[in-house]
Design a protein around this ligand. Sequence first.
Ligand code: 4EH
Length: 230
Amino acid sequence: MTLAIMGAMPEEIAPILEKLENYKTTNYAGNRYYEASYNGIKLVIAYSKIGKVFSTLTATTLCEHFGAKKLLFSGVAGAISHKLKIGDLIVATQLTQHDLDITAFGHPFGYVPEGAVFVEADKEMIEISKEVAKEMGKSVQEGIIATGDQFVANEERKNWIGETFGADALEMEGASVAVVCDALDVPFFILRAISDAADMDASFSFDEFLETSAVESAEFVMRMVDKLSR
Ligand code: 4EH
C-alpha cells in the first residue's frame, strides 16, 4: 500500500521528513518526491508549492505516477471561526473554492457545471482522527475549509468567505487536492494548524507561527499514518 503525504510549503513537510531515517528522492514535473518505507507500507511525500494549480499537479502526480491509495495533507491555515486559535488543529469535513466565480451566469459561488460547491473528505480517516485526538489529549475541530489563490489578510474578505460558505478556516490548496482525489477515487484527509486569523496582522502572525503550527499538524498526521499502517 502506498500512502501519500503532501504539504504546500517546504516547512509543512520538513517535520515529516525529519521522522524518517532514509528516503529515496525523485524529481518529477518540477517537484521533488520523497519515498520511504514505514511500518511495512510505502510513503511518498512532497510539497507542491503554493496555490491551487501547483497543488493540483502534485496531488495528481502522487496518485497517478506514484500510485498513492490514500492522501493526507498537512499544513497551516488562516482561521475564520473565532473558536480556532493559533496552533489549533482543524480537520476538513468539506472543502470549497472561494475564488471560483461564474455567478454572472446565475450559479452559486464555488460552483461550475458538473462540479460541486463542496467536496467531502473521507469519513473513515476523519473517524480515525478522532481516536488520534483522544490519544494525544488534543482537541481537534472539524469544519469547512475554503481554498483560493489569495493569501487573505483582510477582515472583510475573510468574513465574506465565512458567511458565503460557512467556512471555518481558509488556505490555498485544500479544495484543489480534494477535487483531484475525489475524481480519482483516492480517499483524502486534510489537516491544518492555525497560523493566523486572515486579518490585517495575518502576514506577521504567519511568519511567526508557520514553523510551530506546521509541526503541530505534521505530528498529528504522523499519528494518523501510524494507525493507517497497522
Ligand atoms: O500555501 C499558502 C501559504 C501562504 S502564502 C497557503 N497556506 C500558507 C495556508 C495559509 C493561508 N492561506 C490564505 C495560512 N494563512 C493563510 C491565509 N490566507 N491568511 C505565502 C506565505 N509565505 C510566503 C509566501 N507565500
